[in-house]
Ligand binder design. Structure first.
Ligand SMILES: Nc1nc2c(ncn2[C@@H]2O[C@H](COP(=O)(O)OP(=O)(O)O)[C@@H](O)[C@H]2O)c(=O)[nH]1
Ligand SMILES: [Mg+2]
Length: 318
């Protein structure tokens, strides 16, 4: 059997090999992704984001158990550079597997964040495609913060859970704007810690002020204690509820259309970057062009036009 055939039988080692193949952009990876895309069924992508140490990984582990109870297959993508689990550490992924069945119902993958900057969102999307083809029902995507790269990844999720902790108190104020925009559900984790009541009521108040009477989804605030698994079932319930509302309202369909649109742009943009822009920099003539600009002989706009024309000519773009 080929690796791909084994992959389709649910073989975890073949899944790992295919992800590495795609991650390393080995010869033919785009064709492989296109092939996988055809057979894939969109899994539900649940994003879990929040500051480092908020308990995202612990929550993800609890959510996996909840979904396993429903007999769902769950894939995890961790894009958390601050987590001891991540950094592309294969060992870390194995550590997280402990306590979960090794029969292909659950799978972890940490994204290598080092050196992947611009391509991180693309890399995450590609793993999503592989997961979808493998047949995961749910993909849990753990990210930290709301940097540009993370925002791109967040866009790829169908529902976003923003995790905060009592200690976030003042941070809530500063992060509020960005987080409010992306949150479908707030999770105040470490509810066992002092100050949790305060942050919960603050969040509720802030959200209340933003509602319009005709809105059919009011961002709920769920208090959890991930270490003792308390209320994680409530969190899952809210995720399910949101998906139901988003489906009936047509938000999910619209969101998926936007995801596809962004994906096309991403594929194009990255290809343009890697196959054209990255090569330009290495060219000797490029240094001369910079000299010319410095000496006032030309300007970046004219150079940009010339280079673009050159690109079109080489690639026969009309
Ligand atoms: N007190 C308390 N600690 C928690 C809770 N959930 C997670 N933790 C602890 O918080 C630390 C960070 O958790 P982790 O899941 O790695 O956070 P992440 O960086 O957001 O992924 C760990 O030591 C967890 O055991 C909770 O509900 N209460
Ligand atoms: Mg983590």
């Amino acid at each position: 059997m080929t690796v791909l055939e084994k992959f389709y039988t649910g073989d975890i080692r073949s899944l790992s090999r295919i992800i590495s193949f795609v991650e390393n952009r080995e010869e033919g990876y785009r064709q492989l992704l296109a092939e996988l895309y055809k057979t894939s069924r969109h899994s539900l992508r649940v994003g879990i984001t929040g500051p480092p140490g908020a308990g995202k990984s612990t929550l993800v582990n609890c959510l996996i158990s909840e979904y396993l109870k429903d007999n769902k297959k769950v894939g995890v993508i961790a894009v958390d550079p601050t987590s001891p689990f991540t950094g592309g550490a294969l060992l870390g992924d194995r550590v997280r597997m402990n306590g979960f069945p090794a029969d292909g119902q659950v799978y972890f993958r940490s994204m290598a964040t080092r050196g992947a900057s611009g391509g991180l969102a693309e890399a995450t999307n590609n793993v999503n495609i592989v997961y979808d083809a493998f047949g995961f029902d749910i993909t849990l995507i753990e990210t930290v913060g709301v940097g540009q790269v993370e925002l791109d990844i967040i866009d790829a999720c169908d529902v976003m859970v923003v995790v905060l902790v009592p200690e976030s108190g003042d941070a809530v104020q500063t992060m509020k704007a960005g987080l409010m925009e992306i949150a479908h559900i707030f999770c105040v984790n470490k509810a066992d810690r002092p100050g949790s009541e305060r942050i919960i009521s603050e969040l509720k108040q802030t959200m209340e002020q933003r509602y319009q009477s005709n809105e059919c989804w009011k961002v709920p605030v769920v208090a959890t204690e991930a270490v003792s698994r308390k209320n994680v079932d409530k969190l899952k319930e809210k995720i399910d509820e949101y998906i139901t509302v988003a489906t009936t309202q047509g938000w999910l369909e619209e969101h998926r259309r936007n995801q596809v649109k962004r994906q096309i742009m991403q594929v194009l943009g990255n290809r343009f970057q890697r196959e054209f822009i990255d090569h330009l920099e290495k060219k000797q003539e490029f240094k001369k062009v910079i000299d010319d600009i410095i000496q006032g002989k030309t300007d970046p706009f004219s150079v940009g036009d010339d280079l673009y024309r050159m690109f079109c000519k080489v690639n026969n773009v009309k």
